[in-house]
Design a protein around this ligand. Structure first.
Ligand code: GLN
Length: 533
């Protein structure tokens, strides 16, 4: 096995995860089997308890792990299917070390960051190697070089190199080369200092990925090469991509990143044929038609809060050779100004998942607008719950209907806590999580969209459709398109008298890929295009 460690320097948010994933794409196109892993130096056990303002989206894996959104990039850019072993945080590592200490596993020794924490970090790399054998393991170290909390990880990967042999390891540093307007030039000093920090620990990167807004001219490349001790061909320009993040593998391929990496690691592989990827990117960049889609949420200003949803829309749109004009609508603005103002020009409405009551009434109003106006509606998790509440209030006539998440006293708790959730008090990893089967009923929109009766989708929720209301809903034109195999949990809902209204309790956005768009998103974009014409 060959190991690539990806670190980041100068500033955060440089797109390390994207760079790691894009390298994964290229290596896969060279016929290699690739696995990706991320270490996050923060002390939360997982990002599941973090606010989207802090962390963006929580990405859910098949096994129910709540992980960093970079794992979403990994799954979308490569063929790997990840598990909780692919994302470790300092919180998890300390949790394990402390549990061992309490059990007495350390036999009376003083427990220390070195060697006990670093050993635990290394053991997670070895464990992954056993669980998911591959040709290349790409491990991303979260945070920025120089952070105190990142040090144990850097020390661990330094030791690791020693153990597996330097010829099998490559360090790739993603850095910022800023343009100073006043000087009219790109500046290399921050990168030099960031590399110096790594060298202090005993790590010498062999590849530099330079994020920049302007081209890296030859003299800048030479400077970086000389002062950072990296061969000239390993100074890689990663200029901001104009159109789509999916251009990143192609940008890096042009810079021969994959070739350089394979040379350093002595991997003999053919040149990659990225025609499929180029075709996909072309459909995003210059589509034949365009469609306006509204996403109604409460973290609408945050780039990362609905990441997988935006990506899924992109994949689905590309498959229709269609561009997306995304309207990010703040649910709270709908509350004060009405849905029509924001949604009247949209060909389709998406209501994503969420927690807490802020903006919920706006989302309910959005679902009502879509139902009444015959606009295609895609509801995801909370998006299914608000559509249910809306239907209860305005079609069934259940005044004050609500979810008990938002109103404990509601006379009509049409959405209520899952049985298994009633006694749960801990917040971390305590929801209904991960992949569960759904059985789809014949003759439904869901059946048509999926083309099959049994599906497996990822979940992250505490509340569910209240089956006590089943009959009243059905007699009013509500369709339960899919349930858990035992029929107790509603997974898919739709409306009898509507062109395209589909909502699910699960999160299809975690399973969409560039060239394999998710059927629900694909169906939704198709319906939105039809709604226009
Ligand atoms: N808050 C809702 C629940 O817990 C919806 C969750 C979600 O949208 N992910 O059931």
């Amino acid at each position: 096995m060959k190991y690539i460690f990806v670190t980041g320097g100068v500033v955060s948010s440089l797109g390390k995860g994207l760079a790691a994933a894009a390298l994964g794409t290229l290596l896969e196109h060279r016929g290699l089997k690739v696995v990706l892993q991320k270490f996050d130096p923060y002390l939360n056990v997982d990002p599941g308890t973090m606010n989207p303002f802090q962390h963006g989206e929580v990405y859910v894996l098949n096994d129910g792990a709540e992980t960093d959104l970079d794992l979403g990039h990994y799954e979308r850019f490569t063929n790997c299917v990840l598990t909780r072993s692919n994302n470790s945080t300092s919180g998890q590592i300390y949790e394990t070390v402390l549990a061992k200490e309490r059990r007495g596993d350390y036999l009376g020794k003083t427990v220390q960051v070195i060697p006990h924490v670093t050993d635990e970090i290394k053991s997670r790399i070895y464990k992954l190697e056993k669980e998911q054998p591959a040709d290349v393991l790409i491990t991303e170290i979260g945070g920025t070089t120089g952070d105190i909390e990142g040090l144990p990880f850097l020390e661990a990967i330094r030791q690791f190199t020693h153990e597996v042999g330097a010829e099998n390891v490559l360090f790739m540093h993603v850095t910022l080369v800023p343009f100073l307007k006043a000087a009219g030039e790109l500046k290399t000093k921050p990168t030099q200092q960031s590399i110096a920090k790594l060298r202090e620990i005993g790590i010498q990167p062999q590849v530099l990925i330079c994020r920049c807004e302007h081209p890296l001219e030859e003299d800048v490349r030479q400077k970086l090469s000389l002062f950072c001790n990296v061969p000239l061909n390993a100074v890689i320009e990663a200029r901001d991509v104009d159109n789509t993040i999916y251009e990143m593998p192609l940008v890096l391929q042009k810079e021969k990143l994959d070739e350089t990496v394979c040379k350093i690691l002595n991997l003999k592989t053919p040149q990659p044929d990225t025609t499929d990827w180029q075709r996909f990117v072309k459909r995003i960049v210059s589509p034949k038609k365009r469609v306006k889609i509204a996403v109604v949420g409460k973290y609408i200003d945050l780039q990362d809060a609905y990441k997988s949803i935006y990506e899924s829309i992109t994949h689905a749109a590309a498959s229709h050779d269609c561009g997306i004009d995304l309207e990010r609508v703040d649910a709270q603005e709908i509350e004060s100004e009405g849905a029509e103002k924001f949604l009247k020009h949209s060909a389709g409405v998406v209501v994503p998942g969420g927690f807490g009551d802020r903006g919920v009434e706006g989302k309910i109003a959005a679902a009502r607008f879509a139902r009444e106006q015959g606009v295609p509606y895609l509801g995801l998790c909370l998006g299914m719950q608000v559509a249910t509440i809306e239907f209860a209030r305005h079609v069934c006539g259940f005044e004050g209907a609500n979810s008990t998440e938002f109103d404990l006293e509601t006379p009509h708790p049409v959405i209520c806590l899952l049985e298994e959730q009633r006694e749960v008090t801990n917040k971390g990893a305590s929801m209904r999580l991960g992949t569960w089967p759904t059985v789809i009923r014949d003759g439904t929109l869901a059946r048509q969209v999926y083309g099959t009766n049994e599906i497996f989708e990822r979940h992250r929720h505490r509340y569910e459709f209240n089956m006590c209301y089943h009959d009243q809903f059905i007699s009013n034109g509500f369709v339960i398109g899919g349930t858990s195999p035992d029929g107790t949990l509603v997974e898919l809902i739709e409306l009898r008298n509507h062109p395209w209204f589909l909502a699910c309790q699960f999160h299809p956005e975690f399973k969409s890929k560039p060239n394999q768009p998710h059927p629900m998103f694909r169906g939704f974009i198709g319906a939105s295009l039809a709604h226009l014409s």
